[in-house]
Design a protein around this ligand. Structure first.
Ligand SMILES: Nc1ncnc2c1ncn2[C@@H]1O[C@H](COP(=O)(O)OP(=O)(O)OP(=O)(O)O)[C@@H](O)[C@H]1O
Ligand SMILES: [Mg+2]
Length: 337
C-alpha cells in the first residue's frame, strides 16, 4: 500500500461539519463549518445539527478537495468519524463516506472521534513518539491515555462525571457568560486573580477525575450572596472568578499529568481536545514539562476543537497498518476508547 496515501477525512459527530485532505503526513486542506446558531439555545440541538450537516456536507467536502487541488478519483481512502457523538449527526457523515468509498472503490476507515483527538497531536511537525501519554480534554471527555504503536492505547483514567470542557461551559453559564464558555473563561481570566477564591480540587484514586463538585461549589458560592450582592460581585469580579475556576480545573489536570509521568516514566506528553486550547493549561503544563524534563505536544488551536484533519491523520495511520473498516460499519453514538 502507498506510504503517502491521499486521504479524505470527514467529521460530523456534533455541530461542526468538517472535511480535510492529507497526502501522507502532509495536511493539504482542512475545512470546518461550525453551526453557530446552537448558541441561541445554550447547547447543541441534535435534530437541527443533523439537518445542517445534510445541507453542508457536499459543499464542505468539495471545498476541502478544491483547496487541496485533489479530485475524487485521486483519493486512496476515506476516513470518517463513526462515534461517539449524536446519532443523527454521525449518520450524515458516515453514510456520505460509505457512498464515496463504494463509488470510488477505495477503503473506508472508521475513526473513533476520541482517537481522532489523540492523533491531532500528529498534525504538528514535531510528532510524539510512541508510547506517549495523552490527556484528552474536550467538551464531552476527560481521559488520560497511554498511546502505543499499532493504533492501540490503554485508558489510565477518565472522569466519573462532567468533562473538563463541560465544567467550563456549565460554570460559564452560572457566571452569566455565553456558550461555549471555555474560551470566554480563558479570555476573561487573563485579567483576573486566581487567588480571589479557592474552589475545591477533587482528588480521586488513580487517574479518575471529577468536575461536578466544582460546578456545585460555584453555584453554592454564588447562592451564598443575596441577589443584589451577587449582581455586584459579578459586575466587579467576573474576571477573578473565571481565573479561580480555571485554576481549579487546570491544577487537577496538571497534577494527574505529574503523577502519570512519575509512575509510568513516560516523558512525551500530548494534550488534545477543545480544552487544550486553554492558555493557563498550556503554560502550567509547559512548566511541569520543564520540571520533569519532559516534552509537551499540543495541537495548534484550530486542531484542538472538532475538525476533520484529525480524522484524516488517524485514517492515514490506519491505512499504513491496513486497518480498514467494513462497509456495514454503523454509527456508534456511545463508543468509548
Ligand atoms: N480556550 C479554552 N479554554 C477552555 N475550554 C475551552 C477553550 N476552547 C474550547 N474549550 C472547550 O472545549 C470544548 C469543546 O471541545 P471539543 O470540540 O473538543 O469538544 P466536543 O467535540 O464537543 O466533545 P467530544 O470531543 O468529547 O465529543 C468546550 O467545552 C469548550 O468550552
Ligand atoms: Mg470533539
Amino acid at each position: 500500500m502507498a506510504q503517502h496515501p491521499l486521504i479524505l477525512g470527514i467529521e460530523t459527530s456534533c455541530d461542526d461539519t468538517a472535511a480535510a485532505v492529507m497526502a501522507g503526513d502532509e495536511l493539504l486542506s482542512s475545512v470546518v463549518s461550525s453551526q453557530a446558531f446552537h448558541g441561541e439555545y445554550g447547547g447543541v440541538v441534535p435534530e437541527l445539527a443533523s439537518r445542517d450537516h445534510q445541507r453542508l456536507i457536499v459543499p464542505v467536502v468539495q471545498k476541502a478537495l478544491a483547496e487541496a487541488s485533489v479530485t475524487h478519483a485521486e483519493l486512496d481512502g476515506i476516513g470518517v468519524t463513526y462515534g461517539p457523538g449524536l446519532a443523527g449527526a454521525l449518520l450524515v457523515g458516515l453514510s456520505f463516506a460509505k457512498a464515496m468509498a463504494v463509488g470510488l472503490d477505495v477503503p473506508l476507515f472508521g475513526i473513533n472521534h476520541l482517537e481522532g483527538h489523540i492523533y491531532s497531536a500528529h498534525l504538528a511537525p514535531e510528532k510524539p513518539p510512541f508510547p506517549y501519554l495523552c490527556l484528552i480534554v474536550s467538551g464531552g471527555h476527560t481521559e488520560l491515555v497511554r498511546v502505543d504503536e499499532g493504533f492501540s492505547h490503554v485508558v489510565l483514567g477518565r472522569t466519573r462525571d462532567d468533562a473538563a470542557g463541560e465544567a467550563f461551559d456549565k460554570i460559564a453559564r452560572l457566571l452569566g457568560l455565553g456558550y461555549p464558555g471555555g474560551p470566554e473563561i480563558d479570555r476573561l481570566a487573563t485579567d483576573g486573580d486566581p487567588s480571589f477564591y479557592t474552589f475545591p480540587r477533587a482528588s480521586l484514586d488513580g487517574y479518575a477525575f471529577s468536575f461536578s463538585g466544582l460546578k456545585t461549589s460555584v453555584l453554592y458560592y454564588l447562592n451564598d450572596h443575596a441577589e443584589d450582592e451577587r449582581q455586584e460581585l459579578l459586575a466587579s469580579h467576573t474576571a477573578d472568578l473565571c481565573a479561580a475556576v480555571q485554576q481549579a480545573i487546570v491544577d487537577v489536570l496538571v497534577d494527574a499529568l505529574a503523577r502519570a509521568i512519575d509512575e509510568t516514566g513516560i516523558r512525551d506528553i500530548a494534550i488534545v481536545g477543545g480544552v487544550s486550547a486553554n492558555r493557563q493549561l498550556r503554560s502550567d503544563a509547559q512548566a511541569l514539562m520543564q520540571e520533569k524534563g519532559a516534552t509537551l505536544y499540543v495541537p495548534e488551536p484550530a486542531f484542538c476543537t472538532d475538525n476533520a484533519a484529525m480524522i484524516a491523520v488517524s485514517a492515514v495511520h490506519k491505512f499504513r497498518l491496513g486497518l480498514t473498516s467494513p462497509l456495514n460499519l454503523t454509527a456508534a453514538p456511545s463508543l468509548s476508547l
